[in-house]
Design a protein around this ligand. Structure first.
Ligand code: SF4
Length: 251
């Protein structure tokens, strides 16, 4: 019973925190919202999570402008393209980010559940869980809020993305939630930001090598090449403990 009351109080405090954050950022554009978050509201308690993918340079550039020592968590699943790791290093250097943390899956989890490295073929949800979600949950523990680069224009469950969410006991800010694809492309051009090398090869969204294919239709969802042969659309790091894609005011 007391545990139930504690959970309820914790939940109410989180919701109050989300509302306060919404109010504090009201009227601010993405640049100023990030700056306000990391410098004034949650100094030392905010981080970013980035895949160093096709559009990641935009949010990382904004973060580098606000505070280049903001921790940036990058999950290296062990199944990434080599180009992504090289792009991580090049972009980190280009932007002057000083605290990019590369996370690895737990070796015991891999030995137990994916000893031959083929779990992505038989059980991609479990593969994402041990290779992405668990390392990220562990690395997020010290932080109260994290910044994500997701956007509504990605489609699918992201089409109704809010600016502030609650997930697994933390707040999450999506500063670019309402940026259309054209705004992202214009920002990349205007700031002369280096592109992920696979974009030129037809990949509009880049995840793990075995689960990502190029997309030939320019009008398709940017994420159409992710788990293209299945119903899976999210890796799990944006899904709450109840298995639902997280929305503001829900868990
Ligand atoms: S995207 Fe594919 S390879 Fe990567 S963790 Fe998920 S299922 Fe495994």
């Amino acid at each position: 019973m007391s545990q139930t009351i504690y959970k309820s109080e914790f939940r109410m405090a989180l919701e109050a925190g989300a509302q306060a954050l919404e109010a504090a950022l009201d009227g601010l554009d993405a640049r100023d919202a990030i700056k306000r978050l990391v410098k004034d509201i949650y100094p030392g308690e905010a981080c970013a999570v980035s895949s160093f993918g096709a559009e990641s340079a935009v949010i990382l550039h904004l973060i580098a402008e606000a505070a280049p020592d903001t921790p940036v968590l990058f999950v290296d699943t062990g199944k990434l393209f080599d180009e992504t790791r090289r792009y991580r290093d090049d972009l980190t250097s280009h932007l002057g980010l000083t605290d990019v943390r590369s996370l690895k899956p737990n070796a015991d989890h891999l030995a137990a559940d994916d000893p031959d490295g083929l779990l992505h073929q038989s059980n991609p949800d479990l593969c994402c869980h041990i290779r992405k979600t668990l390392p990220l949950i562990s690395a997020l523990r010290p932080f109260k809020v994290w910044i994500s680069g997701r956007k509504r224009h990605h489609g699918g469950e992201r089409a109704a993305l809010p600016r502030v969410e609650i997930q697994d006991g933390k707040l999450k800010l999506n500063p670019l939630y309402d940026w259309p694809r054209e705004a992202i492309e214009a920002y990349l051009t205007d700031h002369d930001l280096p592109a992920h090398p696979l974009v030129a090869e037809g990949y509009p969204s880049i995840g793990c090598n075995p689960c990502t294919v190029p997309v030939s239709d320019p009008d398709a969802d940017p994420r159409a090449g992710r788990w293209a042969d299945s119903d899976k659309t999210e890796c799990g790091i944006h899904i709450g403990a109840d298995g639902q894609v997280v929305r503001s005011g829900e868990t």
